[in-house]
Design a protein around this ligand. Structure first.
Ligand SMILES: C[S@@+](CC[C@H](N)C(=O)[O-])C[C@H]1O[C@@H](n2cnc3c(N)ncnc32)[C@H](O)[C@@H]1O
Length: 327
């Protein structure tokens, strides 16, 4: 997904820039195009139910307006400490917080979050893509620290179950499937969500959600986080929004959202994705209320979440994008 000059202008006009304190109503379903450090003091208290944080990792990376230089673990920890505690006042006492990291930054993140939150778990997800190394193990996993503000929090495990093909189809004494279902499309088991996620695919060029952002998270990853840790109508907040994945998935799943991103191009991409989400709320790998293993499209009964809106109802400016990926 790319932007034309006209789209840059149109979506650019929608972006918010805060110059003083605002109330939560002003932030509903918006993208703030500013440096996080300039915005933090203007945010209202206690409005966030779910905070998803995907900061730059401790790697040299070009994010357009916000390039990041690799530094020592101590300096990285000190950078995280310069903004993370300032996010505490915006959280409701029942809020959940997810913070992404890779193996290099995971230790620093843990040492900081354990000072401020109740750590509930560390999720590890397989990135699948990754460069092979001659003198090291290929790096293809990342961590997400799952924390809460208090011990009183919402978690819906049923909303994030994984549908797996049954490899060993055990039957009971009467010959009935044991904990699995026999269907026309094959034999499947619904499994409880674990803290090891191996069903994700990093957005690649032929996926509708793909943009030019260098570290875009998969929509399926955000769908797991949002479905497990928020209810419909809850407020989801992302202070490092990037290409907008958190807001887009929150919108598709009926949550309120707001994100902050320094780079204007990424903000406009986020707005374009949000406009597309109005007409197509499908999330690749999530359909019929369950998550599916990778490469299982052939077994899925069609994506029931897709709004299936007739092409002539989609604004002209978004039609070309939609047609490119029409199934
Ligand atoms: C790891 S990326 C987030 C990717 C995002 N989760 C997605 O799916 O596209 C981090 C983002 O934070 C932005 N960023 C870095 N420093 C920032 C700051 N001080 N204020 C606001 N945004 C910042 C970068 O431009 C980058 O897009």
């Amino acid at each position: 997904m790319a932007l034309s000059g006209e789209e840059r202008e149109r979506y650019g006009r929608k972006l918010l820039r805060l110059t003083g304190r605002v109330d939560a109503g002003k932030l509903i379903n918006t993208t703030i195009n500013q440096d996080l450090s300039q915005v933090l003091d203007h945010l209202p208290a206690r409005f966030v139910d779910l905070l998803f944080i995907d900061p730059p990792y401790n790697l040299t990376k070009d994010f357009g307006a916000a390039s990041f230089e690799e530094t020592s673990p101590e300096e990285y920890a000190s950078w995280v400490s310069s903004w993370l505690p300032r996010l505490l006042p915006i959280l409701k006492p029942t809020a959940s917080v997810y913070i992404c990291s890779d193996w290099r930054s995971s230790g620093a993140i843990q040492s900081i979050v354990e000072k401020h939150f109740v750590i509930q778990n560390r999720i590890t997800w397989e990135r699948e893509k990754g460069r092979g190394a001659k003198r090291n193990w290929k790096n293809c996993s990342e961590d997400i620290w799952f924390c809460t503000v208090s011990k009183d929090f919402f978690f819906n495990a049923d909303a994030v179950r994984l549908k797996r093909r049954v490899i060993a189809p055990y039957r009971d004494a009467r010959g009935k499937p044991k904990d699995w279902d026999q269907t026309q499309n094959g034999d499947f088991r619904l499994t409880c969500p674990s803290n090891l996620w191996t069903d994700l695919t990093v957005p690649f060029w032929s996926m509708p959600e793909n943009t030019d952002h260098p570290t875009q998270k998969p929509e399926k990853l955000l769908a797991k986080v949002i479905l497990a840790s928020s209810r419909e109508g809850d407020f989801v907040f992302d202070p490092f929004l990037g290409s907008g994945t958190t807001s887009v998935v929150a919108r598709k799943l009926g949550r309120l959202y707001c994100g902050i991103e320094l780079d204007t191009e990424y903000c406009c991409l986020a707005e374009k994705r949000l406009a597309m989400a109005e007409f197509d709320n499908a999330i690749q790998g999530y359909s019929d209320g369950v998550f599916w293993e990778r490469n299982s499209l052939a077994y899925q009964n069609g994506n029931k979440r897709s709004r299936n809106i007739a092409t002539d109802q989609v604004p002209l400016c978004l039609r070309e994008e939609r047609n490119r990926y029409a199934k």
